[in-house]
Design a protein around this ligand. Structure first.
Ligand code: PXG
Length: 440
């Protein structure tokens, strides 16, 4: 094991990574196909996280790859401001047709972070467009992850992502409490029975700030980055009810939960709670080309369409909003999800994953196991002297033994591609089991 970094690795500053340690023992992937990565040394690694929650159709899906290659032969790029290209219209139409009823317009971005900042800006500008510009406060949630833009980290609730930038966070932001409490919900299968009352904290924030100052509430229907924190039964329903009562927009950040992770395109189809805006990214192209966006419910777009027709209605957008390659990938991914019935497959795999992961209860250091949709987490007791080291070592052990998982602190998370087989899931969980037995 080399203890000095490989020189060719040095130039890269890796995101969300312990760079110095990583460069001493780099894990370099050079190829992927279906459920597997292949390392530079030719080792085969089972993908337990669908890339980073994005490669829902499996890696290098031939139809998505072919669509991107074909697009490249026709149109590489065209500006999204004041002109447009055919694939952007087609994808917008396909997404709004597939989305829950009433989501009739979509704004494209390149990432989940941009989607979240865009959604927050739409919410603020929408109230203003309707003559209610005093509504400029944004409410997020503890443990929430909404990307890394200044808007996203401001409403986000992961302390590590905020603390270095504390003085630069947006003003006028408050947070709901998170819903993760192992005293009441350890080893829950699916949605925990306890915790709906925590949504009532929104009433307290409304009483504190007054509804007339609050523009929007943003939450992930299921918190992903914080380690698969599943919404308590009735919790999202209460948030919706309180937002409606006070004229507050509700944004669901579905960057992880969208595109089949919960067995449906978006969470409302599964849980019946309808937000006003939906952010998405990741699975929209199955991770093949970066793309994100915001779907808005009927009336939101219309409120902007006032004033002289020759004036820009919303001063916002990106050079690569709806890039042709991304839209081609998105159209092909939607076809693959439909033709291979992958959301139904996700639903069929959910009980397989649930059984497998909950069988880890009783393994060393396991203090919680939880699951929802095709996502699950195993929470480990932190070492008294070194929080998150046990999680990191389990991650390394799994990688070295042929499986990619995710660790966040001492929580191990998995969310395999929707094309996984029951055997893949058994193999993945089996590797985690061995890791738990080997990592002290
Ligand atoms: N919202 C949510 C809910 C996300 O999960 C983003 C926004 C930002 O997306 P971009 O494309 O800007 O990265 C995400 C991203 C993890 C992990 O630890 C999850 C994400 C990113 C990095 C790590 O599970 N999700």
């Amino acid at each position: 094991m080399p203890d000095t970094p490989a020189p060719e690795l040095e130039a890269l500053w890796l995101p969300f990574t312990h760079n110095r340690l990583f460069k001493k023992t780099p894990r370099v992937v050079v190829r992927a196909e279906g459920m597997h990565y292949y390392t530079a040394e030719g080792r085969k690694i089972l993908d337990g996280l669908a890339g980073l929650w994005c490669s829902a159709a499996g890696h290098n899906h031939p139809r998505i790859v072919a669509a991107v290659k074909a697009q490249l032969d026709v149109l590489d790029y065209s500006p999204p401001f004041q002109t447009c290209h055919d694939k952007a219209f087609e994808l917008a139409h396909a997404l709004t047709a597939a989305a829950p009823a009433g989501f009739d317009h979509v704004f494209f971005t390149n990432s989940g972070s941009e989607a979240c900042d865009t959604a927050l800006k739409i919410a603020l500008a929408w109230h203003r467009a309707r003559g209610d510009g005093g509504r400029c406060r944004l409410i997020g949630r503890e443990k929430g992850y909404h990307g890394v833009g200044f808007g996203g980290i401001s409403v986000g609730g992961l302390a590590a992502n905020r603390k270095a930038f504390a003085t630069a966070l947006l003003p006028g932001v408050d947070h709901l409490p998170h819903t993760h409490d192992l005293r009441h919900m350890a080893f829950s299968r699916g949605q925990p029975a306890w915790g709906a009352h925590l949504a009532d904290e929104l009433e307290r924030l409304v009483a504190l700030h007054d509804a007339s100052t609050i523009a929007a509430v943003i939450v992930e229907p299921m918190q992903g980055s914080a380690g698969v924190i599943v919404p308590p039964v009735g919790y999202l329903e209460r948030l919706r009810e309180i937002c409606t009562r006070h004229g507050i927009l509700l944004i669901f950040d579905e960057v992880i939960t969208g595109f089949g992770r919960l067995g449906t395109l978006f969470s409302p189809e599964r849980m019946g709670v309808m937000p006003d805006l939906i952010t998405f990214a990741k699975g929209v192209t199955s991770g093949v080309v970066p793309l994100g966006g915001v779907l808005v419910r009927k009336g939101i777009y219309d409120a902007f369409m006032t004033g002289p027709e020759h004036l820009v209605e919303f001063f916002h957008g990106y050079t690569y909003s709806g890039h042709p390659l991304a839209c081609a990938a998105g159209l092909a991914a939607l076809d693959v999800y439909r033709d291979e019935d992958l959301f139904a497959r996700s639903r069929a795999l959910e009980p397989v994953l649930e059984e497998a992961i909950h069988a880890l209860r009783g393994e060393p250091n396991v203090i919680d196991v939880r699951n929802f949709g095709l996502a699950a987490a195993v929470e480990l007791a932190p070492r008294p002297d070194a929080a998150s080291k046990r999680g990191m070592e389990v991650f390394h052990w799994c990688f070295d033994h042929g499986a990619m998982v995710r660790y966040t602190g001492d929580t191990i998370a998995i969310g395999p591609p929707l094309v996984a087989s029951p055997d893949d899931i058994e193999a993945l969980v089996g590797t985690i089991r061995q890791a738990l037995r080997h990592v002290p």
